[in-house]
Ligand binder design. Structure first.
Ligand SMILES: [Zn+2]
Length: 106
């Protein structure tokens, strides 16, 4: 790799989303937090002391070229109004049309 390419990679790496962020929830209180989860680690709510469990992954799914939520690969066009909307929304925020489920693949 040329020195120029290595320098460019070093500049771009912080913009990438390499670690998956999870939404964690404490079952009894329903309190939530967002964190990059390490396997085998127990996460505890600092207010209640409850163990927090991962309930879902957040967009963008890792690894991806950007940590930004609204990049083209995380958008789709509403089939009624043609507005660009997030892959993670169930109803179009512009016209209210229910969006079809995704196949679950990433
Ligand atoms: Zn729409």
């Amino acid at each position: 790799m040329a020195a120029g390419a290595a320098a460019a990679a070093a500049i771009l790496l912080p913009l990438m989303n390499r670690r998956q962020i999870y939404r964690l929830r404490a079952p009894a209180s329903g309190r939530e937090a967002l964190a990059a989860v390490e396997p085998g680690t127990v996460y505890v709510d600092r207010e209640t002391g409850e163990e927090m469990r991962p309930v879902t992954r957040t967009l963008p799914l890792a690894p991806s070229e950007s940590a930004l939520l609204r990049v083209p690969e995380n958008l789709r066009a509403c089939r009624r109004c043609d507005q660009l909307i997030g892959l993670d929304v169930s109803d179009c925020p512009y016209c209210g049309l229910r969006q079809p489920a995704l196949d679950g693949g990433s």
